[in-house]
Write a protein that binds this ligand. Structure first.
Ligand SMILES: *Cc1c(COP(=O)(O)O)cnc(C)c1O
Length: 487
């Protein structure tokens, strides 16, 4: 057993597995409802303190104040918008990079540097990140100029949006490195996983007083802050009179690596009254198939979609769900993960699959439906959403049609519509041709049409100098890291 500080500092366990808590604390309905009257930072401490038991309240307070304060989030960090009868949208993108990963990555560097001090390590932490777009920028923004850290981000050259790329390659900071990899997200992620698992490389790093750490969604320190907003949203739904305390509700979550939705499931284990989590995928529907058949099969075509942060064939955090559902049978889970590595497929059997179906509903949404949904919701509800959010919205509609379960549902909104302006424009003005419009004209055009303001940190991107231009082959990750660290 290791303490939470150690799990956060190290990222991945020695044997390549993921860290899990020994047990989940429970929050009572009284405690959940008490959040109604608290600012977000205090709501966060309620949850964080149950897991990060080796952090003092004063330390947690320092972290949440710096992470979720006014200079980072303009106003309440996670507003719940009433969009339609019985459907609300939880906007998770009011942070510095306009995507939901800020919710975890603004606080992770602060937890991490405190955690390292606790474990007594004097090493420089080398944060390695493989990104499908949003994680990269959020990690860069979170770690930029944090003493004792070096952050290296690998992104698939062709797998991120123009804005996402622009956000990363203009990142300032003495300790930040951004590198394009020829290949898709899974190539980048597999490469980074190999570096983490390389014992010889770890020794070499140690000789140079460095140690790898992860800011990817497999880091336990990312999941805990993500549980907070599920409780927060529930408390706000009660406060707004949308539900009564104790009512069961549904969440629809646009899913890629299975981190966001898993945090919700953990909140349920802690006592949040949830009926179903709708696991919404885009055309890369490996999770839909898994939930509906019990077979996880990554041997399939990889699609580049207009919701690129969900273009994933290996959902790393699913391993944690399997661990919980097998009642902590880590041997069995390791066996499946080995099968996945070696053959690209595993099957969990009917019993386990039906357990998963008690909590999750899996469905997927294609490119046409995604755009149609952005257009429909904008026209009918006057609400503008990005393609990731639209996938979750449409999945919620499919769920209702199929099950006739009309329970109050919260759709998680994971990115600002401005982050994907071109696709959003095409969706709300299908008769106009936007194929030649530049990214920045698209931002302004979207603002004009919708009457909304471009987030300032996105508007300024056009004039920031490009600081990172390196492109490498997928075989060159190790040599690149060594070069950066001077070893
Ligand atoms: C990362 C991301 C997702 C997927 O979240 P997971 O935790 O990987 O399932 C969805 N939408 C956006 C905008 C993201 O950045």
């Amino acid at each position: 057993m290791v303490c939470s500080a150690h799990a956060i500092a190290q990222g991945l366990a020695e044997d390549g597995g993921l860290f899990m808590p020994q047990e989940f604390a429970r929050l009572s309905m009284t405690e959940i409802c008490a959040m109604r009257e608290l600012p977000y930072g205090e709501r966060a401490i309620t949850v964080l303190s149950r897991f990060l038991t080796d952090f003092t309240d004063a330390e947690l307070k320092e972290c949440v104040t710096a992470a979720y304060g006014k200079d980072k989030f303009n106003g309440f960090p996670v507003p719940l918008r009433q969009v339609k009868n019985n459907v609300d949208v939880l906007e998770l993108w009011h942070g510095p990079t306009s995507a939901f990963k800020d919710m975890a990555l603004q606080i992770l560097p602060l937890l991490l540097t405190k955690a390292v001090k606790k474990t007594g390590e004097q090493m420089k932490l080398v944060i390695l990140v493989a990104t499908s777009g949003d994680t990269g920028k959020a990690a860069l923004a979170g770690f930029s100029d944090i003493p004792g850290t070096e952050v290296i981000v690998f992104y698939p050259e062709e797998g991120v949006s123009d804005i996402q790329k622009r956000q990363m390659i203009t990142q300032q900071g003495q300790n930040v490195h951004v590198i394009a990899v020829k290949g898709n997200f899974d190539d980048a992620q597999t490469g980074v996983k190999e570096l983490f698992g390389d014992k010889n490389l770890a020794l070499e790093l140690k000789e140079h007083n460095c140690s790898f750490s992860s800011a990817n969604s497999i880091n336990w320190g990312r999941l805990v802050p993500q549980m907070v907003y599920y409780f927060s949203a529930y408390a706000d739904a009660v406060k707004a009179g949308r539900i009564k305390a104790g009512d069961l509700i549904n969440f629809s979550v646009p899913t890629g690596n299975f981190g966001d939705i898993l945090a919700g499931f953990f909140a349920k284990i802690m006592g949040l009254p949830v009926n179903k989590f709708i696991c919404a995928s885009n055309s890369n529907k490996v999770l839909t198939d898994f939930i509906n058949t019990g077979t996880y099969d990554k041997r399939r075509e990889f699609y580049k979609t207009i919701s690129p942060s969900m273009d994933i064939l290996v959902s790393s955090n699913l391993e944690r769900l399997l661990y919980v559902e097998t009642e902590n049978n880590s041997g069995q889970v390791a066996q499946w993960m080995n099968q996945l590595n070696e053959t690209g497929v595993y099957n969990v059997g009917k019993n386990l699959q039906s357990k998963i179906l008690q909590d999750f509903f899996g469905t997927w949404v294609d490119e046409f439906e995604t755009k149609e949904t952005i257009g429909n919701v904008y026209r009918d509800e006057k609400y503008l959403m990005d393609p990731h959010t639209a996938v979750a919205w449409r999945a919620m509609e499919k769920y209702k049609l199929l099950t006739s379960d009309y329970t109050y549902c919260i759709v998680l909104s994971t990115a600002s519509p401005f982050k994907f302006s071109n696709s959003v424009l095409e969706a709300i003005k299908p008769k106009e041709d936007f194929s030649n419009i530049s990214t920045f004209s698209a931002l302004n055009r979207l603002a004009e049409i919708s009457g909304l303001t471009v987030p300032p940190q996105m508007a300024e991107l056009e004039n920031l100098p490009v600081l990172h231009e390196e492109v490498i082959e997928k075989t060159e990750l190790e040599s690149t890291v060594k070069k950066i660290l001077g070893i």
